[in-house]
Design a protein around this ligand. Structure first.
Ligand code: PMP
Length: 313
């Protein structure tokens, strides 16, 4: 499906028409994959439109840029503001938000330091990533034959465009083989994550998830789910997870901005637990959707409202 166009894209501090937001083919990013980015959601809650975990996403974006020695010409506050302004400018109630920081047009060659650092923010309307039924029925996935990017090669803590060459291999293989997603193992053979999701397992009432050391992206939704577990009094263990533990789990689910909290019903055609959404997964989903659907019960300040509550009345 092509991206549903919105009106304006924020491009280095000014709004340009969607169709005019172009870069030169010899930009550094086109040749060497030198970008960092975010995927963020704005939900149309019952109390108005609100961006989910905006400061956390902007923080990760700036951290990604720092890892790659990018001198970003905007502060965290300015990027934060640019995101809110872009949503307002496009009169979006509910959308996906994509800020990208990239090495632009300048010198050619691997050394990126002679190229400008450009910043864009695009927004567009977007539905459920893995499908609406997926949230209730769960998805069928496989363990990928591709290994996740290894430590000290491409840094996993940075959300860099180049990392997604690895994710694309995982995703394409899964789709071509009839699965909706693939789970990559890390270079030690332990469970890492999906091509665009973190993973959680439940066994005997305890929630397990791989630690940051397993080459995972530090997912914002992962952090939210860990907090929900703490709020619900569910015990959480972050540790290296053997592949076969996936098959033996009572429940497994993915988390991500796009995937939200998506149950997994089979892995490599092996039924997980009941082969349907499990009880703990449903409980965590309920808490998650309570916040983003109602805009209430936001105990941890996860929502940044686009308009003040008074303005929306
Ligand atoms: N891992 C990868 C590789 C991802 O691309 C994503 C999506 N950004 C996630 C995990 C989930 O992260 P988040 O909850 O911040 O969207």
């Amino acid at each position: 499906m092509p991206i549903p166009k919105s009106d304006k894209i924020w491009f280095n501090g000014a709004f340009v028409n969607w169709d005019d937001a172009k870069i030169h083919v010899m930009s550094h990013v086109v040749n060497y994959g030198s970008s960092v980015f975010e995927g963020i959601r704005c939900y149309n809650t019952q109390r108005g439109s609100a961006v989910f975990c905006l400061p956390q996403h902007v923080d990760r974006l700036m951290n990604s840029a720092k890892i790659y020695r990018m001198d970003v010409p905007y502060s965290r506050e300015q990027i934060n503001q640019a995101i809110l302004d872009t949503i307002r400018e496009n009169r979006m109630k509910e959308c996906y938000i994509r800020p990208v920081i990239f090495r632009g047009y300048g010198e050619i060659g691997v050394n990126p330091l002679g190229c400008p650092v450009d910043v864009v923010v695009a927004v567009w309307e977007w539905g459920k990533y893995l499908g609406k039924e997926a949230l209730e029925q769960g998805v069928d996935v496989c363990v990928s034959s591709w290994t996740r990017i290894a430590p000290n090669t491409l840094p996993a803590l940075a959300k860099a465009g180049a990392n997604y060459m690895n994710s694309q291999l995982v995703k394409m293989e899964a789709l071509k083989n009839g699965y909706s997603e693939g789970i990559a193992l890390d270079n030690q053979g332990y469970v890492s994550e999906g091509s665009g999701e973190n993973i959680f397992l439940i066994k005997g009432g305890i929630v397990h998830t791989p630690p940051l050391g397993s080459s995972i992206l530090p997912g914002i939704t992962r952090g939210v789910v860990l907090q929900i577990c703490r709020d619900l009094g569910i015990q959480v263990a972050e540790h290296a997870i053997a592949r076969e533990f996936l098959y033996l789990a009572d429940e497994v689910f993915f988390t991500g901005t796009a995937a939200e909290v998506t149950p997994i019903r089979t892995i490599d055609k092996i039924s997980i637990g009941c082969g349907c959404r499990g009880k703990v997964t449903a409980q965590i989903q309920q808490k998650f959707f309570e916040v983003v659907n109602t805009g209430a019960e936001d105990r941890h300040g996860w929502l940044s409202f686009i308009h003040s509550i008074r303005e929306t009345k």
